[in-house]
Design a protein. Structure first.
Length: 158
């Protein structure tokens, strides 16, 4: 869906020459997801969205353009009607490979984070069959005091 070139690398110990990937991280459906900053067009206050019948797709207006809005929360938890009632305060705008604007509505502000490229691994195809992971292509594991934090990356070339 999104255009980003990424070559997975062998895991190694971090050093001063560690390559970093800047990503925009957001929380949704009890998971953390990220988009490479290179594919982000803009983050705006979420405009009014006209939803389709299943509420996972919609459209919104942005600066005279019609933007496709993909409600990932509804895609991840289609049986959970509370995802529709969550306030969508922000819209992450990106471009598809076809050059169309696409938006992801989120409830909380996203965070800018630098991930060590050595910590990013492709998700196995079998793991991508799981509903909550089907939209992710890669995963980064970050060590935290309370346990490892997994960040699922979207829009990475496989």
């Amino acid at each position: 869906m999104l255009n980003f070139n990424f070559k997975p690398q062998r895991l190694s110990r971090p050093n001063d020459n560690t390559q970093l990937l800047k990503v925009l991280v957001f929380e949704m459906a009890n998971h953390f997801f990220a988009l490479p900053i290179s594919v982000i067009f803009k983050v705006i206050n979420c405009p009014s969205v006209t939803n389709s019948a299943d509420s996972s797709l919609g459209i919104a207006d942005f600066e005279g353009q019609t933007v496709t809005v993909v409600n990932l929360a509804q895609k991840l938890l289609p049986q959970n009607s509370t995802t529709e009632s969550l306030p969508k305060r922000f819209l992450i705008l990106s471009q598809t490979r076809q050059g169309e604007l696409c938006g992801i509505p989120i409830s909380k502000p996203p965070a800018l984070l630098e991930l060590p490229v050595d910590n990013i691994r492709p998700l196995p195809l079998s793991a991508r069959q799981i509903d909550s992971l089907s939209i992710a292509t890669h995963v980064a594991t970050l060590p935290k005091a309370e346990g490892d934090l997994k960040v699922f990356l979207l829009g990475m070339a496989t």
